[in-house]
Design a protein. Structure first.
Length: 143
């Protein structure tokens, strides 16, 4: 069902976040403020929670948001192919699959699920772009 498909997609994408978090953490770990915090006597956990995580949080949020849009498209694609969410559950991919046969006689049956997928993914991507831009502007004013 829907839960199994979401879990399968999440399991397949967790490595992206693990690599990204590790890479960003290693980059931040080499900054001078981390060295200063270590000299000030903070433990590794305190440095991670108070200094490193706040600096990589925005990167992870934007990546998560963009990946959510990708997972939505993947879920719709799997349902379109018939290997995702099964027919009794309303899902945009299965609606598109069922609406293909009515393309010439009633194209709106196919149009609306496609349009809603497009609008949803577009808005999610715009949110991520705006969030990234706003956080970048905040960082510029601090520097």
């Amino acid at each position: 069902g829907l839960h199994n498909a979401i879990i399968a997609l999440a399991i397949s994408d967790w490595m992206l976040f693990a690599r990204l978090a590790r890479s960003a953490t290693l980059k931040e770990k080499s900054e001078l403020y981390v060295t200063a915090a270590r000299f000030a006597g903070l433990s590794d956990i305190e440095i991670l929670l108070k200094h490193i995580l706040p600096n990589i949080r925005n990167l992870l949020i934007v990546t998560l948001t963009l990946n959510f849009a990708n997972m939505l498209l993947s879920l719709a694609g799997l349902s379109f192919l018939g290997i995702g969410v099964k027919v009794p559950t309303p899902e945009w991919g299965s609606m598109i699959s069922e609406g293909r046969q009515y393309l010439t006689s009633a194209p709106w049956i196919l149009l609306f699920p496609c349009l809603f997928i497009f609008i949803t993914v577009f808005l999610i991507n715009q949110f991520a772009k705006t969030f990234s831009y706003q956080k970048g502007k905040q960082n510029e004013t601090i520097d």
